[in-house]
Design a protein around this ligand. Structure first.
Ligand code: GLA
Length: 377
């Protein structure tokens, strides 16, 4: 029985996510390989008999709003993850939501690239769907959560995070086609290696604006290619050979973005094959290639992330390392021999502290189920 300190009607556990490979290609119709993880946001929901809603985050504080009135974007950044979802739910099921209390407690560091935001959005979406018996499907809730980020937060994100947080399964990776939303479950079997995240504890301001810029650059590349090849509907499906024809026709940065997207999609499909064959070293080599592409061609890395990846290259017990998520800070994801995990954490922390005078945080993760709801007595 889960502890219920808030006398709630339901308790929602909503996980963060990792992504093994397939970065910045969800919004380009590519394939990604994420999993939900064993670190979560917990949300306690209780219905009220009036129209007032009160949302109280243990870390960020509380705010209130009236469910009958139109919702506005808040000046307090984190509130928009909640407000955006509630707005989407009200529009999907007009007149069906009433007042509620929601208390939020999170184990997910913010800005670490492990999707504390999608965990919050999807936890609110699934929770309200259950509390008010709205009958929305998981795919509808994923879409409402993603659009909350577009419309209220202002990041034009892809579907990967919300999909992984909602549909994740313990011991599985999701090989997700971000266009069709078809997916295949792959065993998350990496023995004798463990998945270790190293959190740089930096989160450069660029993240949201540069994210939207990358998206626009990719649209620009696709648009140019479609003039000659109208059959391509998404950038990720354009083969590298065709992208190369545009080297002198596109601004050089835009060309490099497109090259990365095409290569990253191919790498992700290859990676899924290698993992299924148990070739973890082969997969690790692809992780390094992805980092190189994200850093040089896509330009979403930063000195702190590059430092950690470079450091790992000299250590034979680390077979793969790269930045994970949107970039400009957050975590690297590393595959480290089980018996060497502690030593690696220790040496990476010392080197990082010496270089940047910042404490590194290590997170050893396992895969887990997506959002889970329990009803209380
Ligand atoms: C963020 C976005 C995702 C995805 C990643 C990069 O996490 O929310 O949609 O684009 O960045 O792969």
């Amino acid at each position: 029985m889960t502890a219920n300190p808030y006398k709630s009607d339901i308790i929602v556990k909503s996980p963060g996510r990792i992504n093994l490979i397939g970065e910045h290609i969800d919004y380009n119709g590519g394939h990604v390989l994420p999993a939900a993880i064993d670190r979560k946001v917990t949300l306690w929901f209780r219905k009220k008999d009036n129209n007032l809603c009160r949302v109280n985050s243990e870390d960020e504080g509380a705010f209130t709003f009236d469910i009958q009135k139109p919702l506005q974007i808040s000046d307090t950044h984190w509130e928009n993850y909640v407000l955006g979802v509630v707005d989407g739910m009200v529009k999907a099921r007009p007149g069906k939501l009433g007042g509620f209390d929601c208390v939020i407690s999170s184990e997910l560091p913010i800005g670490a690239g492990i999707s504390s935001s999608a965990a919050l959005e999807c936890g609110v979406a699934k929770g309200l769907n259950e509390l008010f018996d709205l009958g929305l499907t998981d795919l509808e809730l994923i879409e409402i959560s993603r659009m909350a980020e577009h419309n209220f937060v202002g990041t034009k994100c892809g579907v990967m995070d919300q999909f992984a947080v909602t549909m994740g399964q313990r011991n599985k990776l999701l090989l997700l086609n971000c266009e069709s939303l078809d997916y295949k479950l792959i065993d998350a079997e990496f023995a004798p290696f463990k998945i270790l995240l190293l959190n740089t504890n930096v989160s450069h301001n660029l993240a949201s604006s540069e994210y939207n810029t990358r998206r626009a650059e990719c649209e620009q590349a696709l648009h140019a290619i479609q003039q000659d090849y109208p059959a391509y509907a998404f950038l990720a499906e354009v083969p590298e050979k065709i992208i190369e024809l545009y080297k002198d026709k596109l601004p050089i940065k835009v060309y490099h973005r497109a090259l990365f997207v095409s290569r990253e999609n191919a790498r992700t499909l290859k990676a899924a094959e290698l993992i299924q064959k148990g070739d973890i070293e082969g997969f690790g080599a692809l992780m390094y290639q992805t980092h190189e592409g994200l850093s040089k061609n896509y330009e979403v890395s930063c000195v702190e992330l590059d430092f950690l990846v470079d450091l790992s290259k000299d250590i034979p017990q680390v077979v793969g390392s790269r930045m994970m998520g949107g970039g400009f800070g957050g975590c690297t994801i590393n595959l480290v021999e089980e018996g060497f995990v502690n030593e690696f954490m220790d040496l990476a922390s010392k080197a990082y502290k010496a270089k940047f005078d910042i404490n590194l945080t290590s997170i050893l993760v396992a895969t887990s189920n997506g959002v889970e709801i329990s009803k209380t007595e």
